[in-house]
Design a protein. Structure first.
Length: 459
């Protein structure tokens, strides 16, 4: 299996190469050259199988890895999840299910991919005897999941950029309390888009990326997206696929999670609609409503992990919608950077609308959904999941709807308590989170300064 860049100018790589490279050298994102497909019989055979087995079947064709080796890494990745099913389903209404993706070590869906790529990276780096520097940008959850997955590893230094004051206290403490010297939480004076732009600038500085052995663990890294494809299969087959069609609503920011659903659909999983759910930072919903992809300022919300306007994986969706035309995508990305946006061509918009629907949710609606669900079903939703549930309810149709529950409510206790009067508790194993000392460095929103700090710390 070979991977090509969405901007068409970087060398094609195998799975290991794409994973270690993170962002392609032309600034694009790696995507598989072809998407493997499953027959109905192969999909039906996944129903009721353990999550780890589904993960092996779904991911193996993309990796070309030895089955026994991949199976071993998958087993290690999910052994510390707090639920035997790993991604259990819960029924919310006659046609509506929640897919709980928050039973991993840091209580967000990011653990599904991050725990696995932690294992994959460790395996490869040990075999190659090399060192790498991970730099990640986070609006809260990717950072804590990455720090958890990479803390204490000998051959990895891990730097996480987060927007100062714009993540929840639990998210910040998950990043700042681990004491291992190889993890570094950097509080940037800016928003998440600034953090992600700084990260991309570091990748564009080829001298820097080669000197430090830079790699990525954001969903710009294909391996992150791949690991997230698995739970679409586990959920849909548990609900009757391939005999039954299922739709998914996905609380969306950087578009990685929902793009994983698109890959599952192209592999043959009978997904009806993929519904993009945004908070008031709704560039993606506006794109579908107007055909114009244009940034506005980011406005802080009670679902802070989705406070994103430059949605990096939308580039992968555009690449597919523009018939894999790398030059066209490179031009659009240039327009986004220079002019703040671009019109999507009619043909591409039509292709996107064939697979995706969209909706957005205001702050008041998010709080009202948390409150109503709590009162009606006893279920406590995190604010991101509430955005998904609200938009899903507007898209209920004939097929079953699954909304991805992307984080545990206890990561956002203030918002949940304000909505319900009930403060969700962290799991027992995290009971000391607010007693541990914090360790972080404030940095200006200046990429050169951040690069200097990184080079000083690793040398
Ligand atoms: C809790 C939560 N929900 C939803 C999202 C959005 O996911 P994506 O960026 O893959 O669209 C994020 C962050 O990415 C998140 O942390
Ligand atoms: N919401 C994310 C933002 C980064 O997303 P990623 O999936 O590209 O890593 C976060 O919580 O950090």
């Amino acid at each position: 299996m070979r991977y090509v860049s969405t901007r068409g100018q970087a060398p094609a790589l195998d799975f290991e190469g794409a994973m270690l490279t993170g962002l392609a050298r032309d600034g694009g994102l790696y995507v598989p050259e072809t998407i493997p497909t499953f027959t109905e019989t192969e999909i039906a055979a996944l129903a009721g199988r353990p999550y780890e087995e589904i993960a092996l079947r779904v991911m193996q064709p993309f990796t070309g890895m030895d089955e026994a080796r991949l199976s071993d890494l998958i087993a290690r990745a999910y052994q510390n999840f707090g639920h035997d099913a790993r991604a259990p389903l819960k029924q919310l209404g006659p046609n509506h299910f929640l897919l709980e993706l928050f039973h991993g070590p840091t209580l967000a869906f990011k653990d599904f991919a991050m725990q696995l790529i932690g294992q994959l990276f460790q395996d490869v780096m040990t075999r190659r005897g090399e060192r790498i520097t991970i730099v990640g940008a986070t609006s809260g959850d990717t950072g804590s999941a990455a720090i958890e997955a990479f803390r204490g590893l000998d051959n990895v230094e891990c730097f996480i950029l987060f927007p100062e004051g714009r993540v929840s206290d639990v998210q910040r403490r998950q990043m700042t309390t681990p004491s291992e010297a190889n993890v570094h939480a950097l509080a940037v004076k800016g928003d998440f888009d600034d953090c992600q732009a700084a990260l991309k600038d570091m990748f564009a500085d080829h001298g820097f990326r080669d000197r430090v052995g830079l790699t990525a663990v954001n969903s710009i890294n294909w391996a992150r997206v791949l690991a997230q494809v698995v739970y679409y299969f586990s959920a849909a087959t548990a609900l009757g696929a391939p005999a039954r069609k299922v739709s998914f609503t996905v609380p969306t920011g950087n578009f990685g999670d929902i793009f994983a659903g698109w890959i599952a659909k192209r592999m043959g999983l009978p997904i009806d609609r993929l519904v993009i759910a945004t908070n008031r930072n709704d560039i993606l919903h506006r794109t579908f409503a107007t055909g114009e992809h244009r940034k506005e300022g980011v406005s802080p919300t009670i679902s802070p992990s989705m406070d994103i306007q430059v949605s990096s994986n939308f580039e992968r969706a555009l690449f597919m919608a523009y018939d894999r035309d790398g030059a066209a995508v490179a031009q659009l990305m240039d327009e986004l950077k220079q002019n703040g946006g671009f019109p999507v061509s009619q043909g591409a918009m039509q292709a996107l609308r064939e697979d995706y629907d969209s909706g957005s949710c205001s702050e008041e609606e998010t709080a009202a959904t948390i409150r109503a669900m709590h009162a009606r079903t006893g279920e406590t939703l995190c604010p991101h999941t509430a955005v998904g549930v609200k938009v899903a309810e507007e898209h209920l149709g004939e097929s079953l709807m699954v909304t991805l529950a992307t984080a545990h409510p206890a990561k956002f206790p203030d918002a949940v308590e304000a909505a319900t009067g009930h403060r969700p508790a962290l799991p027992e194993r995290m009971a000391d989170l607010f007693d541990l000392p914090e360790r972080m460095t404030s940095v200006p929103n200046v990429v050169g300064d951040i690069q200097t700090l990184i080079e000083e710390r690793i040398n």
